[in-house]
Design a protein. Structure first.
Length: 226
């Protein structure tokens, strides 16, 4: 078989990603909602944060891999909890997601410095890549560059948000902010994936969609770059 990068099937992605999503996002969300009425916003955040920190500690002690989703959500909950405990003002309330964006952006950058790109962790939480694909130099390079670029665009997102918050009306801020986050994410991933496809084409590397099994069966799961 020629040099190839394999994208897993949708079923394999769902089976692999669901446990990580439950642990990293769904359980903290349910804890927050469940304790919100009884304890208030700040304590509901503390309870959700307690779960996430406990998950990180348990996995660290047991030597198990910490999903990127858990790390991201823990960082976000830390930022939200600090802000919620500090003040209840409207300004700080709107600033809270921006602080989260900054923390996440810095986390992406720091992860590259430590040789464990956060984008790679997140991708492995969702996509059950085979070992050959994980070890492929173009794939490893892609996740490093994606992490750096994600950090860069996150900080730009945060800067624009702060400017909007200080200079625009609340209505304008809410409308623009609602579109800014998804747009930033699409541009970030889209630009890096376009670069990735170009790198694959330049190195004559195959991109296989839907898992290696489909490729071996000769179904139309193989996409040749170029």
């Amino acid at each position: 078989m020629p040099d190839a990068v394999v994208i897993p099937s949708v079923r394999a992605v769902a089976r692999h990603a669901l446990p990580n999503l439950i642990e990293g996002k769904i359980i903290p969300l349910l804890l927050f909602v469940g304790f919100l009425e009884a304890l208030g916003t700040a304590w509901a955040l503390v309870v959700a944060l307690g779960w996430s920190l406990g998950s990180v500690v348990c996995r660290t002690v047991s030597g198990r891999r910490i999903p990127g989703i858990v790390l991201i959500n823990t960082a976000a909950l830390i930022a939200k909890t600090v802000v919620a405990l500090a003040t209840g003002s409207l300004f700080v309330y709107f600033l809270q997601p921006t602080l989260t964006t900054v923390v996440i952006g810095l986390a992406f950058l720091v992860s590259v410095a430590f040789g464990a790109p956060l984008a790679q962790r997140l991708a492995y939480d969702i996509f059950p890549f085979d070992e050959a694909t994980k070890a492929h130099p173009l794939v490893r390079r892609f996740f490093v560059r994606l992490s750096v670029f994600w950090s860069f665009t996150s900080l730009i997102n945060a800067s624009i948000t702060i400017w909007l918050l200080l200079s625009q009306t609340t209505t304008t801020f809410v409308m623009v902010k609602a579109a800014l986050g998804p747009t930033t994410g699409i541009v970030t991933v889209g630009a890096m994936f376009a670069w990735f496809r170009w790198e694959l084409a330049r190195s004559d590397t195959e991109l296989i969609w839907g898992g290696i099994e489909k490729h071996l069966r000769g179904t139309p799961a193989t996409i040749h770059p170029g």
